[in-house]
Design a protein. Structure first.
Length: 150
């Protein structure tokens, strides 16, 4: 009996550990509110080093306006899990755009591609369920537990 137990312990201790997650440079996760009548995106952006900035972009602007850097840092493990969940959501829903007067969005940006899901903040539809969960997860990660409804 002890021999079986020691073999099991030995086999478990030899199992390879997964490599630590690293987010490649140039990958940015964004989320926030799209106000259609004002032509304005306001939200947050999460960078590979774990810093989070608040930003704003007008539809007519060619670049983002950084408002401030939040006093939080998202650890690498949480960042990787969020990125994996977001990639998976985009695989299941390659395109999701439902624009309302006030919409919520999540984006996954790489140096070569940008993916954005947008949904009307007034409704909880089947198609937006993964993106809404990630939106809430991101907000919770920065201490912003506002209701996802408007």
């Amino acid at each position: 009996m002890w021999r079986t137990l020691s073999i099991a312990v030995f086999l478990c201790s030899c199992a390879p550990t997964p490599p630590p997650c690293t987010i490649p440079q140039g990958h940015v996760i964004r989320w926030g509110v799209w106000n259609d009548s004002l032509g304005l995106l306001t939200g947050y952006q999460l960078f590979p080093d774990g810093t989070v900035q608040r930003y704003r972009r007008a539809y007519t602007a060619t670049s983002d306006e950084t408002l401030d850097t939040l006093p939080v840092r998202i650890n690498a493990d949480t960042h990787c899990r969020i990125a994996d969940a977001l990639r998976s959501a985009f695989i299941h829903n390659q395109a999701y755009t439902v624009i309302g007067p006030i919409s919520h969005y999540v984006e996954y940006n790489t140096p070569t591609a940008a993916l954005r899901a947008t949904w009307d903040a007034r409704y909880e539809t089947y198609g937006s369920r993964h993106f809404r969960a990630i939106f809430r997860w991101l907000n919770h990660s920065i201490g912003n537990d506002e209701n996802s409804y408007r």
